[in-house]
Design a protein around this ligand. Structure first.
Ligand code: SAM
Length: 319
């Protein structure tokens, strides 16, 4: 599949739930969650049908996200079914890691090999403050468990927030000691938290004391990040900088929210209601046409995406 700007689109992100067991202040503004009624969320069967149809028109990679995907029952079984679909080449999971340690075995058996763990601070107090009470130790145990089990690459995603966790140094130590790939993601404009924005460049500038960074090869499934290593590092440090770097030119993805809305761009105000189509008995051909139509609306750059999706926090879209 190619979009109007000749980008190859082969990657579909599936947000399997809007529910989350953390309350990160920048992701869930106000921290007051109004959950979507379960019947409004796509069933695994519905996600699988969409995935099968997407595979038939050129998608080869999936990422499972949310909300927190591990709070949804039966996730490993769903991943196994995705792995078994004809044409699936790659599946990854994005999780906050809180429930991960206990699920590592079943996820591995289901065929999952790649995990991204969101972790914004290595200080237990700051982590608890950002996440609304999260237990850092559980996430650290999950990282160790994932590495022991052989998951690879294990990536850690950190959003640096001015005045909260804006010193990236502890993450450099983490990537020095363990073969994890830490990516600093610039805070995106989904909620009124711009005052916390730290650019990728600022973060990099603060790492001068670790020596001269060398540009590194990207680990599998690299996406829009640029990677570096510092002397003696087992893992790497990456930057995902939607604001200070323009990465839209290489965007390869579409996303489906928990309620079955397909967004051509993370910043899109426009989306198409696939759930309505699925539940009104649409045939595969028309579903493919709907996916292609959404693809044709993929904006060249995020600035050109219609406004509207930015106010609700990333949890509702699928991060
Ligand atoms: N619960 C899972 C997790 O924590 O990885 C998946 C969903 S969560 C929305 C995915 C990622 O989105 C997390 O790494 C989170 O830090 C990030 N995120 C949420 N709001 C964001 C924002 N405004 N800007 C940048 N990243 C954001």
């Amino acid at each position: 599949m190619r979009d109007n700007f000749d980008r190859r689109i082969d990657y579909l992100r599936l947000s399997v739930t809007d529910r989350c067991n953390l309350r990160c202040f920048y992701c869930s503004p106000g921290r007051d969650f109004v959950f979507i009624p379960p019947q409004e969320v796509l069933s695994y069967e519905e996600f699988l049908r969409l995935a099968r149809v997407a595979l038939e028109i050129g998608v080869t990679k999936f990422r499972i996200t949310g909300g927190e995907p591990l709070v949804r029952k039966g996730l490993a079984g769903f991943i196994r079914s995705l792995v078994e679909l004809k044409g699936t080449e790659d599946i990854a999971l994005t999780t906050n890691g809180i429930l991960l340690r206990d699920d590592l075995d079943s996820l591995w058996k289901a065929g999952l090999r790649r995990i991204n763990i969101s972790l914004d601070s290595l200080d237990p107090r700051v982590y608890g403050e950002i996440t609304g009470g999260g237990d850092l130790q559980r996430v650290l145990d999950a990282i160790d468990g994932a590495l022991e089990k052989g998951f690879s690459p294990v990536k850690v995603n950190a959003v640096l927030l001015k005045g909260k966790n804006d010193d990236p140094s502890p993450f450099v130590t983490l990537a020095t000691e363990k073969p994890v790939h830490v990516r600093f993601i610039e805070l995106m404009d989904f909620s009124p938290t711009r005052e916390y924005f730290v650019s990728g460049r600022e973060a990099m500038a603060r790492l001068a004391r670790f020596g001269k960074p060398e540009e590194a090869a990207a680990p599998q499934g690299a996406g829009p990040a640029r990677y570096f290593t510092f002397p003696g590092m087992k893992g790497s440090i990456g930057f995902i900088s939607p604001y200070s770097d323009h990465f839209c030119a290489t965007c390869n993805r579409l996303r489906i929210s928990a309620v079955g809305r397909l967004l051509p761009c993370l910043f899109s105000g426009w989306s198409v209601d696939l759930k309505k189509m699925l539940r009104s008995g649409i045939d595969d051909g028309s579903l493919k046409a709907a996916l292609r139509d959404a693809l044709s609306r993929k904006p060249r750059r995020r600035e050109e995406a219609a406004a509207g999706a930015r106010r609700n926090g990333l949890r509702t879209i699928g991060g």
